[in-house]
Design a protein around this ligand. Structure first.
Ligand code: CP
Length: 310
C-alpha cells in the first residue's frame, strides 16, 4: 500500500469526524446488506495478534474476514516470536505477508511500536487506553435502537477505563450526551484531551448521583470493574475485593433500572452479580447481545475503510 494511503485505527482521536461518520454509515449498510460485501476481502489476509484473552474480538474479526471472502490468522503472542525480538521488526515482516493487522496488546506504547514497523493498517483490538472497535459497535447499537444519535443520552456506570475513552471520542463526534458515573477514575486511565473536547461541546456530565443519572437516559451501559485478565487471578484478589466493596452500590440491577426506561448495554464479558445482575442481562430492554453482534458489522466497515476497498 502506498505510504500516503496508509491509515491505522489506534484511537478515534487520530481520525477526522467525517471519516468516523462514514465508518458508522458503512457499518449500518453492511449490517443491513451483508451479501453485498461477500467478495470485498477476496485474497486478503488479516493477522490477529493477541497478548490477552478474547471471545468477541477474535470471533468477530475472523468471521468478518470469512464473510467478506478473506482469511484471518490467529496469532498468540506467547507462541509467536514477538516476545523474542523488537515488536517493530515482527510487524515489518507481517506487512510483507499479510494485508492488515489487528492487535490486542496490554500496553498502548507497544501498539505504537507495532504501528511503527508496519506498512499495512494496524487496528487496536483493545489496549489499556482505548477500545475503538467496541466504541464503534456501541454507536451502531445505539443508532439501531433510537431515532437518531444526535441528542441521545447515554449513561455509563463503572470504572473509567479504555471503553470510556473511546466512548468520549465517539459521543463527541455523534453529538451523544454522555453521563459518566465513575467512582474509580484514575488519572492515568483518562484521556484528558478527549475529555476536554467533549466537555467543550457540552456533551459530558460527570456525577455520582446514580438515580438521577439513569432517569432520563435512553441507554445505560456498564462494564467490568477490574481488568478482565485479573478477574480470576488470585494475585489480584485484594484489589478485586476493594473494588467490589466500592462498586457494588453502583451495580446495574432491577432496583436501579426501576427509575429508568433505558436500554441496557454491556460490552461483555459479563460478571453477573457484580457490575450487573443476570436479570438485567436477560431483560427485554437489554441490547447486550445485539451490541456484541455489532462488533462484526462495525469491524467489517473499519477494515474496508482502512484498506480503501469501498
Ligand atoms: N468486548 C470485548 O472486547 O470482548 P472480548 O474481550 O471477548 O474480545
Amino acid at each position: 500500500m502506498p505510504q500516503n494511503d496508509l491509515k491505522h485505527l489506534i484511537t478515534w482521536k487520530d481520525w477526522q469526524a467525517n471519516d468516523i461518520k462514514e465508518v458508522l454509515d458503512l457499518a449500518l449498510e453492511i449490517k443491513q446488506n451483508p451479501n453485498n460485501y461477500s467478495q470485498h476481502m477476496n485474497q486478503k489476509t488479516l493477522v490477529m495478534l493477541f497478548q490477552k484473552t478474547s471471545t468477541r474480538t477474535r470471533v468477530s474479526f475472523e468471521a468478518g474476514m470469512t464473510q467478506m471472502g478473506g482469511h484471518g490468522i490467529f496469532m498468540d503472542w506467547l507462541t509467536s516470536n514477538f516476545g523474542l525480538t523488537e515488536i517493530r521488526y515482527e510487524s515489518a515482516y507481517l506487512s510483507r505477508n499479510s494485508d492488515i493487522l489487528m492487535a490486542r496488546l496490554k500496553k498502548h506504547e507497544d501498539l505504537l511500536e507495532l504501528k511503527r514497523g508496519a506498512s499495512i493498517p494496524v487496528i487496536n483490538g483493545c489496549c489499556n487506553m482505548y477500545h475503538p472497535c467496541q466504541g464503534m459497535a456501541d454507536m451502531l447499537t445505539i443508532l439501531t435502537n433510537c431515532d437518531s444519535l444526535n441528542g441521545t443520552k447515554l449513561t455509563y456506570i463503572g470504572v473509567h477505563n479504555n471503553v470510556v475513552n473511546s466512548l468520549m471520542a465517539l459521543c463527541e463526534v455523534f453529538d451523544v450526551h454522555l453521563t459518566l458515573v465513575c467512582p474509580i477514575a484514575k488519572e492515568d486511565a483518562i484521556d484528558f484531551d478527549l475529555r476536554d473536547k467533549i466537555i467543550k461541546k457540552g456533551l459530558l456530565t460527570e456525577t455520582l448521583n446514580l438515580i438521577e443519572s439513569v432517569k432520563n437516559a435512553q441507554f445505560v451501559y456498564t462494564d467490568t470493574w477490574i481488568d478482565m485478565e485479573f478477574f480470576a487471578n488470585p494475585e489480584f484478589s485484594t484489589l478485586k475485593e476493594e473494588r467490589i466493596k466500592l462498586m457494588l452500590p453502583y451495580q446495574v440491577n432491577a432496583d436501579l433500572m426501576s427509575h429508568s426506561n433505558a436500554k441496557i448495554m454491556h460490552d461483555m464479558p459479563i460478571h453477573p452479580g457484580y457490575e450487573i445482575t443476570d436479570e438485567m442481562v436477560e431483560h427485554p430492554d437489554s441490547v447486550i447481545y445485539e451490541q456484541a453482534e455489532n462488533r462484526l458489522h462495525a469491524q467489517k466497515a473499519i477494515m474496508l475503510k482502512l484498506l480503501h476497498l469501498v
